[in-house]
Write a protein that binds this ligand. Structure first.
Ligand code: DGT
Ligand code: CA
Ligand code: CA
Length: 573
């Protein structure tokens, strides 16, 4: 059992206890334990090693929780969890994922209106029954209804990080078989790095297709086999995700990879080009009459129809094929180009680790500089700091920076942008910072004009260097604020304010389309992780994927510069 699964069980216990009106102390204990388990860098089973006492060293894990972890590791289940699941249906629990609905709401909805699933909830809203419940009201009812519709739309797609984990696990399972696999790769939207993934596509080349198929459908996580044959199989795994497997001979691997990477629009376009040249292209190769002229490598497929190789991230038929034929493809940014991370939290606000720990972990990941950017006081839920506390904090940053070798730590802050665009901190503090990032944390729902004016106002402040996660979206949970990006980008370019591409896979904000638009407006982008714990630093790769999808090159991204150059580049006049 992986740490994330164990954490999920505890989170579910906490939620179910809360829905059923359980003891608030216990609820907190489960939540706290789940958080800490998620952030462990070691596997729980390696910490446990058959001795419950070893678990007690983990923060947030007392005797009670240690027992539950042991139970999970030993039996794969926890009785408490099973009991609660009998009381509270999975459909009810699932409603926790509808934006704006917490366990307390759910309890009222369930007790008073007998809401048990998404349909019930929608019906209750449409029948205007929700507005009369204590603590709800008309506005809340409207919001819930919108959230229900969004939930229906998003629910079927996975986010990038879990999709990647899922693909990694099945690839490992296939590779561990005795059958010789020549090549194996994930294709589809995952390979293109889309922000959400519908299903996982795995491509294998081998001389023993039947054996590979057998191995595939015997995946321990498989719940249902949808189809199985020597070239094509599909399964549902327990989490509800579909995995498609395609098996080809190695001489066709390149052609199959092009085909199954897509996008469909890209495929349709290249097929048209092939046809125009009197060629036929399919998942087995490129053919002139009956004769195969390419198939083994992706490069060969493209070359045979007069195109240069296009990285998967841009295969969306958004001009990449034209650019390729004219030899005008962008030289996309790569992870190794990144030298700094300009949005990090520590335990001084809502992060988990110290400045030193974050700095050391960043250095290990090859970064040359970071900015520590705690929340400001308005963001109370995240323990935002006031001016006095921040003055003290930046002194501390200075001290750590002096001591630590091999990485520069910049003084920064993530200042909250109020409803009217006013910043939450005084200029006398902001001017002490090396980097000021400004961001919205409340009232994401203003109309387009108000929201645009709000951001414009924030950018007026001459100490603001970066606008962080500009739309405020949480993929699948909170939709992006409506913003007139043309106006914002024009202003950002003229005032030299950079836009953040927040690399967290929940956010990816700016998104790919915005990145491309920012570039057209001459706006510079900074890709930052917003890490709240050291493992969060690894999410940089999702930011890079998104930047690549937005055609960004090294020169478009400011944190590819050395620290001194970076600081010069963000100077405002
Ligand atoms: P998803 O799964 O919804 O996130 O998106 P994809 O792009 O992974 O789509 P999927 O899984 O349906 O198919 C994988 C790839 O297979 C797709 O990107 C392109 C190729 N493909 C699927 N259906 C067709 C088709 O009808 N025509 C062509 N040319 N290619 C297709
Ligand atoms: Ca797919
Ligand atoms: Ca598929």
């Amino acid at each position: 059992m992986e740490n994330t699964e164990i954490a999920r069980v505890f989170e579910e216990i906490a939620d179910m206890l809360e829905i059923s009106g359980g003891n608030s102390y216990k609820i907190r204990a489960y939540k706290h334990a789940a958080l800490n388990i998620r952030e462990l860098s070691k596997d729980l089973k390696d910490i446990y090693m058959g001795d419950e006492k070893n678990l007690r060293a983990i923060p947030g894990v007392g005797e009670h929780i240690a027992k539950k972890i042991t139970e999970l590791l030993e039996t794969g289940k926890v009785k408490k969890h099973q009991e609660l699941l009998k009381k509270i249906s999975p459909q009810l629990l699932e409603l926790m994922r509808v934006s704006g609905i917490g366990p307390k709401h759910l309890r009222v909805l369930h007790d008073k209106l007998k809401v048990n699933n998404l349909d019930d909830l929608e019906e209750a809203c449409l029948g205007h029954k929700v507005r009369d419940l204590e603590g709800f009201g008309e506005k809340t009812e409207e919001k819930i209804l919108v959230a229900v519709e969004e939930f229906r739309h998003f629910d079927k797609r996975m986010k990038l990080e879990p999709a990647e984990q899922c693909a990694r696990a099945i690839i490992r399972h296939l590779k561990e078989s005795k059958v010789k696999i020549d090549r194996i790769e994930a294709g589809g939207s995952l390979r293109r790095g889309r922000e959400t993934i519908g299903d996982i596509d795995i491509l294998v080349s081998t001389d023993k297709p039947e054996k590979v198929t057998e191995r595939f459908i015997s995946y321990p996580e498989a719940e249902t086999v949808i189809a199985s044959g020597p070239s094509k199989s599909s399964i549902f795994i327990k989490s509800g995700v579909q995995i498609d497997l395609r098996v080809v001979r190695d001489e066709s691997f390149g052609a199959a990879l092009v085909y199954f990477t897509g996008s469909k629009a890209h495929n349709v376009h290249i097929r048209k080009i092939a046809k125009f040249k009197g060629l036929k292209i399919n998942e087995y190769g490129v053919f002139k009459g009956d004769k195969s002229i390419a198939g083994k490598e992706e490069e060969d497929i493209y070359r045979s129809i007069g195109l240069r190789y296009m990285p998967p991230e841009i295969r969306e038929d958004r001009g990449e094929i034209e650019a390729s034929s004219l030899n005008k493809l962008p030289e996309l940014i790569e992870l190794k180009d990144i030298k700094g991370d300009l949005h990090l939290h520590t335990d001084a606000s809502d992060g988990r680790q110290t400045i030193v720990q974050m700095a050391e972990a960043s250095r290990e990941r090859g970064l040359k500089y970071i900015a520590i950017t705690e929340h400001s006081k308005a963001v109370r839920v995240a323990h935002g700091l006031d001016e006095k506390e921040l003055f003290r904090h930046i002194k501390k940053i200075e001290r750590v920076d002096k001591k630590i070798e091999g990485i520069r730590i910049l003084k920064g802050v993530e200042v909250d942008i109020g409803k009217d665009g006013a910043l939450d901190l005084d200029d006398s503090l902001l001017k002490e910072m090396d980097v000021v990032i400004a961001a919205v944390h409340f009232r994401f729902d203003l109309d387009r004009e108000k929201m645009t004016l709000r951001l414009l106002k924030a950018m007026e402040n001459r100490y603001v260097n970066i606008l962080a996660h500009p739309t405020g979206r949480l993929i699948g949970e909170r939709k992006p604020s409506e913003i007139d990006f043309e106006v914002i980008f024009e202003e950002a370019a003229s005032r030299n304010v950079a836009m953040e591409l927040n690399a967290h896979y929940d956010k990816l904000d700016l998104n790919d389309i915005h990145c491309r638009q920012a570039k057209e407006f001459g706006v510079k982008v900074v890709i930052s992780t917003d890490a709240h714990f050291v493992d969060g630093l690894d999410y940089m790769k999702y930011g890079i994927t998104t930047a690549r999808r937005g055609w960004l090159e090294k020169k478009d991204v400011l944190n590819t510069l050395e620290c001194g150059e970076f600081l010069k580049s963000i100077k405002r006049s």
